[in-house]
Design a protein around this ligand. Structure first.
Ligand code: NI
Length: 129
C-alpha cells in the first residue's frame, strides 16, 4: 500500500494560495474521486460529461448553474454559499458567476473541466494544492 500522509485541509488557506479562475486544483483524493478546488468569476462554456456526475459545493460567493433538462428545457439554479448541486452525467451545463465564487468539486480523476468540449479553458493536467 502506498504511504499516505494524513492531514486536514483548511479551505480558506487552500483557496488563498491561488488566484486564477476556472483552473481546478486537486486538494485530495479518495475512492477514485478527486476533491478539486476552483474559483469562478464569469460565465463558463456549455458542456457535458459522458461518464461522470459532478458535484459543485459553494464555499464562498454564489453562482448560477444553467442546465438542460432531458426534455431539452433550459433551467437554472442559483447555488448559494453552503449549497451544492449535482450535474448528472450527460447533462448539458454551464456555470455562470458574476463575481468571485469558491467551489469544491467532487468528481472522478478522469473528469475534464470542459467535458466534451476542448478549448482554451480546458485544463488537462491539474496541479495539486
Ligand atoms: Ni462540467
Amino acid at each position: 500500500m502506498p504511504k499516505t500522509v494524513i492531514q486536514k485541509i483548511n479551505l480558506a488557506e487552500k483557496f488563498s494560495s491561488f488566484a486564477d479562475y476556472y483552473k481546478p486544483r486537486i486538494a485530495a483524493e479518495l475512492n477514485g474521486q478527486m476533491v478539486k478546488l476552483v474559483k469562478f468569476d464569469s460565465p463558463f462554456v456549455w458542456h457535458h460529461h459522458d461518464h461522470e456526475d459532478e458535484m459543485f459545493l459553494v464555499v464562498k460567493g454564489r453562482f448560477k448553474m444553467e442546465f438542460k433538462e432531458q426534455d431539452g428545457r433550459e433551467r437554472h439554479e442559483w447555488i448559494e454559499e453552503g449549497e451544492f448541486i449535482v450535474m448528472p452525467r450527460g447533462t448539458e451545463h454551464r456555470p455562470v458567476a458574476e463575481q468571485e465564487c469558491w467551489i469544491v468539486l467532487f468528481e472522478p480523476a478522469s473528469t475534464l473541466n470542459t467535458g466534451n468540449v476542448t478549448n482554451e479553458r480546458t485544463v488537462a493536467e491539474l496541479q495539486h494544492v
